[in-house]
Design a protein around this ligand. Structure first.
Ligand SMILES: NC(=O)C1=CN([C@@H]2O[C@H](COP(=O)(O)OP(=O)(O)OC[C@H]3O[C@@H](n4cnc5c(N)ncnc54)[C@H](O)[C@@H]3O)[C@@H](O)[C@H]2O)C=CC1
Ligand SMILES: O=C(CO)COP(=O)(O)O
Length: 333
């Protein structure tokens, strides 16, 4: 069994190390050749995961073809907006017999597609039954230190979900299965937008009431979008939904919450993201989901507020006032 992991950021590296620690042969592909050379020489990822040493069965690749060709399973861990251009480079490789596990959390801008849809569109011969999403509350900083973590392996195929569970499960990384990949992908992507809102609340100095409101009402909009796209509302109350929403809205590790916090303190989006060396998926996904919910007629007021603050220059205080002074509603409708 050989597993290729595409993307040597903090999450790709963490999963590559987890799998190699389990004894699998792992081919880790890094986007930038000079960075791949550095990883191969230092046998750790000092940029994203300092101090986590690579087991001997982990090999680093600069060539995508060489990394993927012999692989039985391919884990896609590049930022969501780079998934299409990355897998387009391997569209000539046969996909039959391989399982693709996507771990990037986001919705593609301009198309509004989920990551499994991007994979299916881009890789000829790939069947949805061979695609899985591995999502849930799992900050790389904690997983790499083998701290207790729970995630969900989701695929419309029970066999594929079980296979992914078996491959990734460890005593400290507990993998559940689920067959609602639509609900899992929507939940895991929308939570990044809501985490930006939670960060903004932190940056302004609001307290626990505001945070609880954002989490709970964020969950409601995540649920409405998932259902409108054919997902199961029960998924949203699981690890990919409430689990990941809670961790991302509360954690000091969250890049999305951090972006929001800095905006809440008065910095501009451009200033924050250009000084970060990590991806904050919620920025791009807020644009994609804003378009998606308008097209589908799904009410997502927090997402709309985040989009307007990030991309239309709406002042933060105005966005909050607009949110709070909408017409009174029933809690469930
Ligand atoms: N870091 C974490 O704790 C977790 C991250 N994720 C998800 O995993 C995905 C990857 O995130 P991280 O590993 O944290 O990224 P990161 O922020 O640590 O690093 C970004 C990585 O993307 C690469 N990259 C940038 N542009 C690229 C391109 N055009 N093509 C290919 N690669 C490119 C960079 O070289 C770098 O390796 C994201 O969708 C994130 O939401 C999911 C669960 C946990
Ligand atoms: O998805 C994550 C944890 O489950 C990572 O969240 P951030 O990208 O906000 O750090």
């Amino acid at each position: 069994m050989l597993i290729a992991v595409l993307g040597a950021g903090s999450w790709g590296t963490t999963l590559a190390v987890l799998l190699a620690r389990k004894g699998y042969a792992v081919n880790l592909w890094a986007h930038r050749p000079e960075f791949a050379d550095q990883l191969a020489a230092e046998r750790e990822n000092r940029r994203y995961l300092n101090g986590v040493h690579f087991p001997d069965t982990l090999r680093v690749f600069t060539s995508l073809h060489e990394a993927v060709s012999p692989a039985d399973m391919v884990v896609t861990a590049v930022p969501s907006q780079a998934l299409r251009e990355t897998v387009e480079q391997i569209r000539d490789l046969p996909m039959q017999g391989r399982v693709i596990v996507n771990v990037a959390k986001g919705i593609e801008m301009n198309t509004g597609k989920r990551m499994s849809e991007v994979l299916l569109e881009t890789l000829p011969g790939l069947q949805i039954s061979c695609v899985a999403a591995l999502y849930g509350p799992s900050h790389a900083e904690e997983v790499s230190k083998e701290q207790p973590t729970t995630v969900v392996a989701s695929s419309p195929s029970v066999e594929t979900a079980n296979r992914v569970q078996e491959v990734f499960h460890t005593s400290m990384f507990r993998v559940y299965t689920n067959t609602d990949i639509i609900g899992v992908e929507i939940a895991g992507s929308v939570k990044n937008i809501i985490a930006i809102a939670a960060g903004i609340s932190d940056g302004i100095g609001y307290g626990d009431n505001a945070k609880a409101a954002i989490i709970t009402r964020g969950l409601a909009e995540m649920s409405r979008l998932a259902v409108s796209l054919g997902g199961d509302p029960v998924t949203v109350s699981g690890l990919a939904g409430i689990g990941d929403l809670v961790v991302t809205c509360l954690s000091r590790h969250s890049r999305n919450r951090y972006v929001g916090e800095e905006i809440g303190r008065g910095r501009s989006l451009d200033d924050v993201v250009t000084h970060m060396n990590m991806v904050a998926e919620g920025v791009f996904t807020s644009k994609a989901v804003y378009d998606l919910c308008r097209t589908r007629g799904v009410e997502m007021p927090i997402t709309q507020a985040v989009y307007e603050m990030l991309f239309e220059g709406k002042p933060v205080q105005q966005a909050i006032l607009d949110l709070m002074t909408r017409e009174p509603k029933k809690e469930v409708y």
